[in-house]
Design a protein around this ligand. Structure first.
Ligand SMILES: Cc1cc2nc3c(=O)[nH]c(=O)nc-3n(C[C@H](O)[C@H](O)[C@H](O)COP(=O)(O)OP(=O)(O)OC[C@H]3O[C@@H](n4cnc5c(N)ncnc54)[C@H](O)[C@@H]3O)c2cc1C
Length: 290
């Protein structure tokens, strides 16, 4: 596995801006996110306040961002980052396909998550609650587990889990009818809490209690404090200074995740600052080691 200079988590305006600046500064980067850019960009009806792009629609803005990346030869790696471990002088990223990626610095630009954690979710994290099926499915051989899917991609995760676990429930948190393997039991009930003692024992829905050994929550984004153990928060946002530095050396945050206002131009500006701070950090480190 080759170590990159900068791993960028999130392909919204903040992450893309960071990727562009870091590439201009000749750093070796990897950009994780979605080839469609970001739901929050695509869904905007009309954007009136992005300098140089008057009255652009969200879809047009997303296309402009994609074109800019293409011109610079920057690819978006369509994988979710499920965990980031601080390893001393580098970071280890765990990916949704179970692979790992090393990076000297990390820029977190994952946007804000809308959903509140389910009651019990934080208590049972690592004790029956997980955010990555590929990483943890093997613990559910001959066991029962549920996947709570907040997007269609979660269906693939449920299908994979069904190959390993004895019984799988799938709970879609969206309107479309899910297309999952026949062996999976689809439940259209709102989950309200997880229960157990040292380990999770089940999931309570509005209608009943379901006995389970594990619950996978597949959301568009994972709360930063869970994604990066040890990362200091300020309420729901990652605590940053004006250089977009966090409390972890070589780890930066930008865009919505770094605080209000939630605006494209602010996200892009902070992405630029985060990339330049990462570049300075890498250059200083190189100087020290030479
Ligand atoms: C309907 C709507 C209209 C809006 N209109 C305007 C407007 O007119 N003007 C304006 O300035 N702002 C507007 N906003 C706000 C704007 O959308 C946000 O401020 C902006 O998108 C924030 O950019 P970001 O890069 O921080 O995050 P986002 O755009 O949210 O991008 C985050 C990206 O990170 C990815 N990601 C998350 N977690 C992971 C992970 N673990 N691994 C890999 N990838 C991950 C996500 O899939 C997403 O692609 C609007 C928002 C909405 C919802």
């Amino acid at each position: 596995m080759s170590r990159v200079d900068i791993a960028i988590i999130g392909s919204g305006p903040a992450g893309i801006s960071a990727a562009i600046t870091a590439t201009i500064r000749k750093k070796n980067i990897i950009l994780y996110g979605e080839k469609t850019i970001s739901d929050k960009v695509n869904k905007a009806h009309q954007i009136l306040n992005y300098p140089g792009l008057p009255e652009v629609s969200g879809e047009e803005f997303a296309q402009n961002l994609r074109d800019h990346l293409d011109r610079m030869g920057i690819e978006i790696t369509e994988k979710k980052v499920t965990m980031v471990y601080a390893m001393g002088d580098y970071y280890m990223l765990q990916l949704s396909d179970g692979q790992m990626q090393e990076a000297t610095t990390v820029i977190l630009s994952s946007g804000m998550i809308q959903e509140k954690p389910l009651p019990g979710e934080d208590d049972f994290l690592g004790r029956g609650v997980s955010y990555c099926v590929t990483c943890d499915a093997m613990f559910y051989r001959e066991k029962t587990a549920a996947v709570i899917g907040y997007n269609k991609e979660a269906e693939e995760e449920a299908d994979f889990l069904a190959d390993v676990a004895d019984k799988v429930y799938y709970i879609p948190m969206y309107k479309d009818e899910p297309d999952v393997k026949k062996s999976i039991t689809v439940i259209h009930e709102k989950p309200v809490e997880m229960f157990g003692d040292m380990q999770i024992k089940g999931l309570r829905t509005e209608d009943r209690d379901i006995s389970l050994d594990g619950v996978f929550l597949i959301r568009d984004a994972i709360a930063p404090a869970k994604l990066v153990p040890g990362l200091e928060m300020d309420g729901n946002h990652v605590k940053v200074n004006l250089k977009m530095e966090t409390n972890l050396p070589g780890f930066y945050a930008c865009g919505d995740i770094a605080g209000t206002p939630y605006q494209y131009v602010k996200a892009a500006g902070q992405g630029n600052v985060a990339a330049l701070s990462a570049v300075n950090y890498l250059d200083a480190k190189k100087k020290m080691n030479s």
